[in-house]
Structure formats: structure tokens, C-alpha cells
Design a protein around this ligand. Structure first.
Ligand code: AKB
Length: 315
């Protein structure tokens, strides 16, 4: 039997592009997307279901109806929104994951993908060349829920032999769908605003360096991890994954090479600054490179060219 894939939380930034890539790879009929709301648009032959991942009975019903071989759980509340609604963030991020892990074991799902984040690191983690294993003291509710989620994934793998795989995504940058509620979102909005208004006010300071990844690399990396032979994967919590690292100043200078009149300014006292300051600047992804051959293909320059070219024709 071929693969049949259920994506929970498919309307978001990563979900919508992963769904498109998975449809190309496995065929439209084999990809079931689902979310708490209808997507803004969808082709007639695409399969979509409404579901709240906290409703375990409904998730179970979808598992039984479609009998997926793989489940991607992408429903989550991100770092900035999480600070506004900590209890909701904890509930969604933890209980959504627990529901899926439990049902995956009970109903024999072959593989599960769940995204973690660089938010699992905290103020005492090394900021540069942040290793896979080090002090981890996240201080955002999002980071705390992701770190606990990683421990659950490894636990379910060890205890129940569940084939669960995960990546600690840095900020993901894309032109098709704008992200919502994250600390790294500025690096997407800056391109949209550069083309719409020729100017952008950054909520992070000039020198705030963070790890980032272009969406094409994020999607390819995720599919490569899901394709990797199980016995090659030495990490069942979540893999560090690096693409590039830059500051708001770096990205604005790169944009100015193509749009010389672009102007950047900065706000102060945004609560997202404290979250960003607690995260790594540059990540070490040796395990992903060694275990399943990860290698990013975009840097700040090539990503900026691609973003601006694509946004010019869509904005
Ligand atoms: C966020 O900023 O919250 C996310 C993330 C790095 O996980 N993009």
C-alpha cells in the first residue's frame, strides 16, 4: 500500500506549503488536510476536514476514516501569541500532541511528524554554535511546551516503538503564506512591507541575530527526514536544523541591494525582544547532517532574491 498522509493544522505557514509538496509527491488523493477553520482557498479535488486537535474523538474518527500511514501534527500556538494566552498555548501544544501520540500508538500509525523549535533553548544555552545537547532552560510558554513535547516524542518512541520524527525549526521565511504569532515573523513581514510600502518598522532591535530557514529548505528537509531509514535516526526528540543566521540590519541591507530606497526603523520595548534575546543566534546541526544528509541550499542573498522576485508578481 502507498502512503496516505493526514496533516493536522494544515492551514498555517508551514502546513500549507508542506501539503502542496506532499500532494506533488504522493498524489492529491493521498493527502488529507485538516484544520480548525476552512482554508482561504482550495482546489475542488483536495480533501479537507474540520478538526480541533484537542477533540480526541474527532481526531480518532479521522484516523479511522482515512487510515493514514503518516500524520503531521502542525497545529500549535507560537511564541508571541503564547505569551498572551499561556494556558491556551500549553493546552493546545501539549494535549494536542498527547492525543496524536496516543492515537498513533493505539491505531498503528506508521510515522508521525511533529515540529519543535529553537524556542526549546533558553538564556543559559550557548548562543553560538548551539549544540544538540546542552543546557536548556526555555522561558517562554511556547518553548517550555516544545521542550516537554520533545521529551514526550522520545518517550513514545522508546516505550511504544512509535516512529516519531521532529525538527527544531528556526524562523521559517516564505512568500506564499504569512506566519502569525511568532517572534521571527519580522523576517517575513519585512519583505512584504518592502514591496508594499518601501519601509518597515522592526519590532526586534538592529543587532538581534536569530537562526532562520527558507521555506523551500524547510519543506525539503522535512520530507528528507521523513524518508530517512529509521535505523539512521539517532535522535527521537528533535533535530537541530540550521539554514542561515542574520540580524534585522543584515536583512535590510540585503533588501537595499535590490530595492535601494527601502528604509528600516526600529521600535523599542516590544515584548518579543525578550523572547528573541533568550534564543540562540546560530545553531549547530551536525546530527541532522550526519544522520540523514541535511544541507541547506539558500543563504540570505539567494533567499532575498527569490523572495523579492516572487513577491513582485503576487503583491
Ligand atoms: C516563533 O517565532 O515562535 C517560531 C519559532 C522560531 O518557533 N517561528
Amino acid at each position: 500500500m502507498g502512503e496516505r498522509i493526514l496533516i493536522l493544522g494544515a492551514n498555517g505557514q508551514i502546513g500549507s506549503e508542506l501539503a502542496a509538496a506532499l500532494r506533488l509527491k504522493f498524489g492529491v488523493d493521498n493527502i488529507i488536510t485538516s484544520d480548525i477553520r476552512e482554508p482561504r482557498e482550495r482546489a475542488e479535488n483536495e480533501i479537507f476536514e474540520l478538526v480541533n486537535v484537542l477533540d480526541k474523538d474527532r481526531v480518532k474518527q479521522l484516523f479511522e476514516q482515512y487510515q493514514p500511514t503518516q500524520v503531521y501534527l502542525l497545529a500549535a500556538m507560537l511564541s508571541a501569541t503564547g505569551e498572551q494566552y499561556p494556558q491556551k498555548a500549553w493546552d493546545l501544544n501539549m494535549n494536542g500532541l498527547l492525543n496524536v501520540l496516543d492515537l498513533a500508538v493505539d491505531l498503528g500509525i506508521k510515522k508521525v511528524f511533529w515540529p519543535s523549535s529553537i524556542a526549546v533553548f533558553g538564556p543559559h544555552s550557548p548562543k553560538v554554535d548551539t549544540p544538540q545537547y546542552c543546557v536548556m532552560d526555555p522561558n517562554s510558554i511556547y518553548g517550555i511546551s516544545k521542550l516537554a513535547g520533545e521529551r514526550l516524542c522520545e518517550y513514545y518512541h522508546k516505550k511504544y516503538n512509535l516512529d516519531v520524527r521532529s525538527i527544531r525549526y528556526p524562523g521559517v521565511i516564505s512568500w506564499k503564506t504569512e506566519p502569525g504569532g511568532g517572534t521571527t515573523d519580522y523576517a517575513v513581514h519585512i519583505y512584504f512591507e518592502a514591496l508594499r510600502n518601501g519601509a518597515y518598522t522592526s519590532f526586534l532591535s538592529e543587532q538581534t541575530e536569530l537562526p532562520m530557514l527558507y521555506m523551500q529548505d524547510a519543506v525539503r528537509g522535512t520530507l528528507e527526514l521523513m524518508d530517512a531509514p529509521a535505523d539512521k535516526l539517532s535522535i527521537r526528540s528533535s533535530y537541530n536544523l540550521a539554514g542561515m543566521s542574520f540580524t534585522p540590519k543584515d536583512i535590510s541591507e540585503e533588501i537595499q541591494k535590490i530595492l535601494p530606497s527601502f528604509e528600516i526603523s526600529y521600535t523599542e520595548n516590544d515584548p518579543r525582544q525578550a523572547i528573541a534575546d533568550s534564543w540562540p543566534k546560530r545553531i549547530n546541526d551536525d546530527y541532522a547532517r550526519k544522520d540523514w544528509g541535511w544541507k541547506p541550499s539558500f543563504d540570505l542573498e539567494t533567499m532575498t532574491k527569490d523572495m523579492i522576485e516572487n513577491l513582485k508578481s503576487t503583491i
